[in-house]
Design a protein around this ligand. Structure first.
Ligand code: SF4
Ligand code: SF4
Ligand code: SF4
Length: 271
C-alpha cells in the first residue's frame, strides 16, 4: 500500500492556497517527532511555480505546485546517517528532526531541491506529507484539503490508477521514482497573425503548414482574426510556411518550439 499525490495542472489556478496552507500548518508549529517548526521565511515545503510562455500578445501561463516527491528510491534516505530519513509504510518519506540534526548532506542529496537547511536548528527540513495529520484521522494533507479546484489529490495508488494512467513525474531522468504525479502539463505552442499590408486587413483562411523535425507536417488555418495556433507540440525545431491565394508564400525556419515562438504579425505580399 503506498500513497501518491496526483496534481492536475489543468485545474490549478495558481491561487497559492496550498502553499499558504502548508505554511499555516507548519510555521511555528512543533509536530515532533514528524517535524520541527518550519521557519516563517526561506522555506517552501509546497511551492507554486509559475510558467509563463510565449511573447505578447500570445502568452500562456500555467502553474505547477512542487513539493517533496516522496521518492521510491530516495537519495535523501541514502545520504542520511543513523536512519535519519525513513520511508513509512504508506510510502511517505520523513526526516526525523532529532536524528537529522547537523546532517547537511541530507539537504544536499535531493536533486529536486525539496530539502531546506534550517541554520538556526542546524536541521534539514521538508514536506512530511502531513504525516502528523494522517496519523490522527485526516484523510488528506493540509495542502490537498485547501485546494479549491480539486487540482490536488492524495490517496492509495490503486484508488487513483485512472488518474495515473496519463500522469507524468517531474524530471524522470533523475531516476528517483517520484510519487508525486502530474497530469495535463501543457505542451509547447506556436502562433502568429497573418495580414495583408496593402489592404491593412487580416488574412482569413490562410493555410499554415508546420513541418516537424521528422518531416511530417501539421496544418491549420488563420481564423476570423487572422490568428493561427499550433498547440501541444513536443520540444523540437520546426519550420512554418504560410500560404494564401493571391499572395506570395512565406516560410520561417529554425523555430524552437521549446520557446513557444510567436511569429508576430506576418505581412503577406500580394503576387
Ligand atoms: S524529492 Fe528529494 S527530499 Fe523528497 S524523497 Fe525525493 S530525494 Fe528525498
Ligand atoms: S503534504 Fe503537508 S507538508 Fe507536504 S506540502 Fe502539503 S501541506 Fe506541506
Ligand atoms: S490550491 Fe490548488 S488551485 Fe491553488 S495553487 Fe494549489 S494546486 Fe493550484
Amino acid at each position: 500500500m503506498a500513497k501518491v499525490f496526483v496534481i492536475d495542472v489543468a485545474r490549478c489556478s495558481g491561487c497559492h492556497n496550498c502553499q499558504l496552507a502548508c505554511k499555516d500548518e507548519h510555521c511555528g508549529n512543533d509536530w515532533r517527532p514528524y517535524a520541527a517548526p518550519q521557519p516563517p521565511t526561506g522555506q517552501f515545503w509546497c511551492k507554486v511555480t509559475d510558467h509563463p510562455r510565449g511573447t505578447i500578445p500570445k502568452v500562456k501561463i500555467h502553474y505547477i505546485p512542487v513539493l517533496c516527491n516522496h521518492c521510491a528510491d530516495a537519495p535523501c534516505i541514502a545520504a542520511a546517517e543513523n536512519g535519519a530519513v525513513y520511508r513509512r509504510e504508506d510510502g511517505l518519506v520523513v526526516i526525523d528532526p532529532e536524528k537529522a540534526a547537523g546532517q547537511k548532506a541530507i539537504a544536499e542529496a535531493c536533486p529536486y531541491g525539496a530539502v531546506y537547511w534550517n541554520e538556526e536548528l542546524a536541521l534539514p527540513q521538508k514536506c512530511t506529507g502531513c504525516a502528523h495529520l494522517l496519523d490522527h484521522g485526516s484523510a488528506v494533507p493540509r495542502c490537498v484539503e485547501a485546494c479549491p479546484t480539486d487540482a490536488m489529490k492524495f490517496g492509495e495508488e490503486e484508488d487513483l490508477k485512472d488518474l495515473l494512467a496519463d500522469a507524468v513525474v517531474l524530471h524522470e531522468e533523475y531516476g528517483t521514482g517520484p510519487r508525486v504525479y502530474y497530469r495535463n502539463i501543457p505542451g509547447c505552442f506556436l502562433g502568429g497573425l497573418v495580414y495583408d499590408p496593402a489592404e491593412e486587413e487580416v488574412v482569413i483562411g490562410a493555410k499554415v503548414i508546420l513541418t516537424r523535425a521528422d518531416g511530417t507536417t501539421l496544418e491549420t488555418e488563420t481564423d476570423a482574426f487572422g490568428d493561427f495556433w499550433f498547440k501541444e507540440l513536443p520540444e523540437e525545431t520546426v519550420s512554418v510556411t504560410i500560404r494564401a491565394e493571391g499572395f506570395t508564400e512565406k516560410t520561417f525556419g529554425g523555430l524552437n518550439t521549446a520557446e513557444c515562438p510567436n511569429l508576430g504579425d506576418v505581412a503577406l505580399e500580394r503576387e
